[in-house]
Design a protein around this ligand. Sequence first.
Ligand SMILES: C[S@@+](CC[C@H](N)C(=O)[O-])C[C@H]1O[C@@H](n2cnc3c(N)ncnc32)[C@H](O)[C@@H]1O
Length: 342
Amino acid sequence: MNRFWKGIILPLFNTIKPEVIVEVGSFKGENTKNILSSYCSIYDAKLISIDPNPHKDFDLEYFNNEFGDNFKFFNSMSLDVLPNLIDYNAILIDGDHNWYTVFNELKTIEKNFNQDSFPFIILHDVSWPYARRDLYYDPDVIPMEFRHPYMKLAMFPGVEKLGKIGLNENLNNAIHENTPKNGVLTAIEDFIEDTSLDLAFYSINVFYGLGIICQNTEKNRRMILELFYESDMAGVLENIYLKDRFNKENVIKNNKSKIKSLNNSYDNLNNDFSILLDINKDLKSQLNDLEKNIDNLENNRDELENKVSELNSSLNSQNSLVKNLNKRIAEKDKDLAGLNDV
Ligand SMILES: C[S@@+](CC[C@H](N)C(=O)[O-])C[C@H]1O[C@@H](n2cnc3c(N)ncnc32)[C@H](O)[C@@H]1O
């Protein structure tokens, strides 16, 4: 809804000058801030915002302090608050995007409106993906008979089946689309068909679709079609498309140069690797030679040890021979001394 503020919603408000505005679905409060600062504070108009579970960035204190009596917030669901609101000139519906909620929001507005002026109803998500498919922020609050089977899976344009790639994969999306009582646009069409009031519905099919329901007068028809035309949404979209295209082209260019430098590094690494392979080969052959040398040295050592032990044993036998000889010499010396005495 935020994307339509400058191009469509503010110009509409500046033309119809609503004194009281209702906002269903505040989320981060971006549009809340737009309405308060660019419209309500200029025309002293009031804004009533409703959201049972606004985003953590929604700064209620700031809104209360900054805009005082011009702002009132209901931390509740639209269907609990709308029955008590009677006198407003414009309402923005961007809350729970399912048939049951939107149809009953519209029926409540119809029931409560002041006979003199039917409020301008501005609705978001009247095109793909929620035109013909329900979303449930809180499935438990939707009566069973109106709740379609749903899953937390993504939606892809032109594909009925939910899947892993696409939009809003973290939300409870109805598994089937294009069935009765399913989706925001279906709720609007069913409401227009059901009402006895003379109402018209206009829509613009960009940014998930913006629709306006108002009294079916020539003045309203001209004003809204002019707003749609002058908002130049096609131009806004083209701008986004071009920025996105150039961003992507830049990313591709950057990625190409990264790939080139990675390829260079890869070649360098390959060179280094082949040098290392050669060194490794060399070292292996040196190691081989060293191992052979060690084997030889070990063999030599064994031989030398054998020889030493052989020499030791021969030395031992020589020693005992010398000992024997010494003993015999001593005996002979003794014998000789005896003979000399005789
Ligand atoms: C798509 S966001 C609204 C975006 C906002 N309007 C903007 O333009 O930035 C939908 C919001 O609707 C709120 N929501 C869900 N169910 C709701 C209900 N039954 N009544 C009111 N708000 C509801 C969600 O909590 C969420 O913050």
